[in-house]
Design a protein around this ligand. Structure first.
Ligand code: CP
Length: 312
């Protein structure tokens, strides 16, 4: 199957077959990261700009590593060190970056829709590295890669997503991705953190984490997105941890081989206790490792041509 997308903006825009192709390509890219010499010439001569308007550890670092492992040239800019602080608009910034002929612009922005707006204005491929409360497609792809790797399939699984659903772009992208791939998704959290109408995405809703965890093959815990809330939606972190933090009792209701996931950063002792985050069911660092492979796959499929990188 040929991959003909210009941009990666959301999981909604990817067909099931395209997601399968990305995950298969990521599987072969992972092998490159396990070699002594972790570099292939596939994207030699290509230029990738990483433009992050919000803090990031995992996404930014893994995009940069992915590009470098494929031999692309990379440049990173942040809002605080760019001329945005002098009043330049986002679109003017994007057009000026475009004038330097990058092949891909990877953008994270606090405003939902910012990557879509830029994608319409530039010839370069645009990859959404997280926009506001809207979408985080590469996180959903690396989450699906991790589950498929551990379970062999995504179809027929029960996936529980627990926490601050309302403010989470990870939740939104994972709901769309896992349901598209044939999983059943149940969401749980405080009523103030479950958006009304979420059932229209094809998910089940519960306000009890034990109900959500029951028979789950996968539990994805979410961080409370305090930076996206106006007023606090719960009395205190301790109160939140008591009612919606993951517990051993909830995990015991899940399948014996349940995977515990978290996109990071973790608030240890709030949404997840350290002994579960670091425990035998946790695949949190596998998610991080697979983030590099998924981002290598996307860069390759967008601008790499037909040659297979792992053949180099
Ligand atoms: N999961 C995730 O997006 O982490 P960062 O914010 O560190 O990139």
């Amino acid at each position: 199957m040929e991959f003909v997308k210009k941009d990666i903006l959301s999981i909604e825009e990817l067909a099931r077959e395209e997601i399968e192709l990305i995950l298969e390509t990521a599987d072969s890219m992972k092998e490159i990261s396990q070699r002594d010499i972790k570099k292939v010439p596939t994207l030699r001569g290509k230029t990738i700009v990483h433009f992050f308007h919000e803090p990031s550890t995992r996404t930014k670092t893994s995009f940069e590593i992915a590009a470098k492992r494929l031999s692309a040239d990379t440049v990173s800019i942040s809002a605080s060190t760019s001329s945005i602080v002098k009043g330049e608009t986002l679109i003017d910034t994007a057009k000026n970056l475009e004038a330097m002929n990058p092949d891909v612009i990877v953008i994270r922005h606090q405003a939902s829709g910012a990557p879509h707006m830029i994608a319409k204005k530039v010839r370069s491929s645009v990859v959404n590295a997280g926009d506001g409360m809207h979408a985080h497609p590469t996180q959903a792809l690396l989450d699906m890669m991790t589950v498929r790797e551990k379970k062999g399939t995504l179809s027929g699984l029960r996936v529980a997503i627990i926490g601050d659903i309302a403010h989470s772009r990870v939740a939104r992208s994972n709901i769309v991705g896992f349901t598209k791939m044939g999983s059943t998704v149940v969401v749980a959290g405080p009523p103030t953190m479950i958006p009304t109408g979420i059932e229209s995405f094809g998910v089940k809703v519960t306000y009890s984490i034990e109900d959500a965890a029951r028979k789950a093959d996968v539990i994805i815990m979410l961080r409370i997105q305090k930076e996206r809330m106006g007023d606090s939606l719960f009395p205190s972190d301790r109160e939140y941890a008591n009612f919606f933090g993951l517990t051993h009792k909830a995990v015991s209701k899940a399948q014996k081989d349940v995977l515990i996931m978290h996109p990071g950063p973790i608030n240890r002792g709030v949404e997840i206790p350290p002994e579960i985050a670091d425990g035998p069911h946790s695949v949190i660092l596998d998610q991080v490792e697979n983030g590099v492979a998924v981002r290598m796959a996307l860069l390759y499929l967008l601008i790499g041509g037909s040659r297979h990188a792992s053949d180099d």
